[in-house]
Design a protein around this ligand. Structure first.
Ligand code: PEP
Ligand code: MG
Length: 557
């Protein structure tokens, strides 16, 4: 079978098929007592499920915690509750009312598609948990311990299923649904477990059958021969050993330094960054700390959170991004001035601080306080900067707050085109390739159908990166990349060749990027970058880069 590989590695073991075990409540199901009692029963079940999801998140920590907290919020969504109550008023019993109210939301999300469409699995999971609670049925779930690691197969997986699993229990994940931004993919990558999604027919695999999963190619083999297993496992072990043998700071084969930094969303990501040899933090997404807040967090609370990250890297560099609110990262306490038909093009990122300068002042003061006496080097940057005036305004606010280094993210094409002017007022650049691709190609990053335009190998995107890095260098300013593109070992070499001075990524990607850089000279990276930019399509650009970087195949990358 073949699906999309979303978390690299080889996993094999007996198949464990997770089947939906909570049946649909009968259509038109009614209740014997009072409507009020039935509504209370439904609300209590929703509350219980939200609480249990939060508790599970606290136990799991890290990325799983954030995901489960978001799911808990969905369970208590006011709109959903109104829907459940009115269905009960209309005569439906609580289980059926819950089923139908969730159904409406489900349709809406599935209709939107992309990232939101992939949240359907989370919604189905909450629905099943609430119905199971109301009807006294056992909850859906997977074994948390096993004699030998199993390959977990499902139509789709909910974070609550996977959050408490570990590599010792699960050899690989395979799902029929889902995409590269589904939670199965995100959690599998952060756990380091191989995963294949969008694999048609996967749930027809007989339980217990031996399954071999290649999370790179997306291949799922049934009852493989011993030779097949040992061949693939051996190749994978050799690849991992070759990658793990490369240690120390990021640099090319001829010693050109390219510091390798981690993207973090909160203090719980720090262990993973340290284990994978991050030299510092290249992007601290501070808005992730406050996604669930109704009020702006107090200065002291912010100061503590920032200090925890600075303390993890004594002598290292920590780049903190100020709140990037709006569009895909809404914050309740930072609202646009009017409803926006197109939030990605609205008052988001730094623009939000123009509306709420008091929130910016508190964040900058908290950062300055955290930096006091710290052994780490604090750099602060603003997201979504479009013009040199905005960069100047932000840098001035940082200086007033007593911050030594104020940079800007380059995520808007206008900023890349005018990078020379911006470099004269900002201390450093960090290119956010995720948003830069979105705005360059007018292709919403949450719309899966536009993934081809979101591809960082698009030659136009490479041109903008080259222009930005060139302008930074002309002005003696560092220029990093902190978008997803930096996590691809092949692209990382090309970025170094384009003149990018540091790379920041999800920590589990660091070892492979370190090994890829160490296998090539800066000259080879520059030739690969030039060859890629000389192409007309993303596909050709990638192929041209690869043929100039032979060390990658030797590493099995
Ligand atoms: C980016 O846009 O590339 C980036 C790193 O920021 P975020 O993904 O948080 O928007
Ligand atoms: Mg961005």
């Amino acid at each position: 079978m073949k699906g999309t590989g979303v978390s690299q590695g080889i996993g094999h073991g007996p198949a464990y098929i997770l089947t939906a075990s909570v049946p649909e409540p009968p259509a038109g199901q009614t209740y014997p007592g009072e409507a009020q009692e039935e509504k209370e029963r439904a609300l209590a079940a929703l509350k219980q499920v939200a609480g249990a999801l939060e508790a599970r998140g606290d136990l799991a920590g890290g990325e799983a915690k954030e995901i489960l907290q978001a799911q808990a919020l969905m369970a208590e969504d006011p709109g959903l509750i109104v829907g459940v109550k009115s269905l009960i008023d209309g005569g439906l019993a609580a289980p059926r009312a819950v089923y139908e109210a969730f159904g409406k939301y489900r349709e809406m999300l599935a209709g939107v598609g992309g990232y939101l469409g992939e949240r359907v699995a989370d919604l189905d999971d909450i629905r099943d948990r609430v119905i199971a609670h109301l009807t006294g049925q056992p909850l859906p779930g997977v074994p948390a311990a096993a004699a030998e690691p199993y390959v977990l197969i499902a139509r789709d997986l909910a974070p609550a299923d996977t959050a408490l699993l570990s590599k010792d229990v699960v050899a690989a994940f395979v799902t029929e649904e889902g995409g590269p931004t589904s939670h199965t993919a995100i959690l599998a990558r952060s756990m380091g477990v191989p995963a294949v999604v969008a694999c048609p027919g996967a749930t027809t695999i007989p339980p217990g059958a031996l399954v071999l999963v290649d999370g790179l190619s997306g291949e799922v083999r049934l009852e493989p021969s011993d030779d097949e297993v040992s061949g693939l496992v051996g190749a994978q072990a050799a690849r991992q050993a070759a990658i793990a043998a490369v240690r120390g700071p990021g640099r090319t084969k001829d010693g050109h330094p390219v510091p390798l930094l981690a993207n973090v969303g909160g203090p719980e990501d720090l262990d993973r960054a340290l284990v994978n040899g991050a030299e510092g933090v290249g992007l601290y997404r501070t808005e992730f700390l406050f996604l669930d807040r109704a009020q702006a967090p107090a200065l002291e609370e912010q100061e503590d959170a920032y200090r925890a990250v600075l303390d993890a890297f004594p002598g290292g560099k920590v780049v903190v991004r100020t709140l990037d609110a709006g569009a895909d990262k809404p914050l309740a306490f930072l609202k646009a001035s009017a409803p926006e038909p197109n939030p990605a093009l609205g008052e988001r990122g730094l623009r939000m601080f123009k509306l709420h300068p008091e929130v910016m002042a508190v964040q900058l003061a908290a950062l300055a306080a955290a930096a006091q006496g710290s052994e780490a080097e604090l750099h602060v940057m603003a997201p979504m900067v479009a013009t040199a005036e905005e960069a100047r305004w932000f840098a001035a606010a940082c200086r007033t707050a007593g911050l030594a280094s104020a940079g800007v993210m380059i995520e808007v094409p206008a900023a890349a085109l005018r990078a020379d002017s911006l470099a004269q007022v900002a201390d450093f650049f960090s290119i956010g390739t995720n948003d830069l691709a979105q705005y360059t190609f007018a292709a919403d990053r949450q719309v899966g159908a536009l993934a081809g335009l979101q591809d960082p190998w698009q030659p136009a995107l490479l041109d903008l990166i080259a222009a930005t890095a060139g302008a930074a260098s002309d002005n003696g300013r560092p220029c990093g990349v902190c978008g997803e593109a930096a996590a691809d070992p092949l692209m990382a070499c090309v970025l170094a060749g384009l003149g990018v001075t540091s790379l920041s990524m999800g920590a589990t990607a660091l070892p492979a990027v370190r090994a890829a850089l160490a296998a090539h000279t800066l000259g080879e990276c520059e030739l690969a970058a030039q060859a890629a930019r000389g192409q007309q399509t993303a596909l050709h650009a990638k192929a041209a880069a690869r043929s100039n970087l032979p060390g990658l195949s030797e590493l099995g990358l």
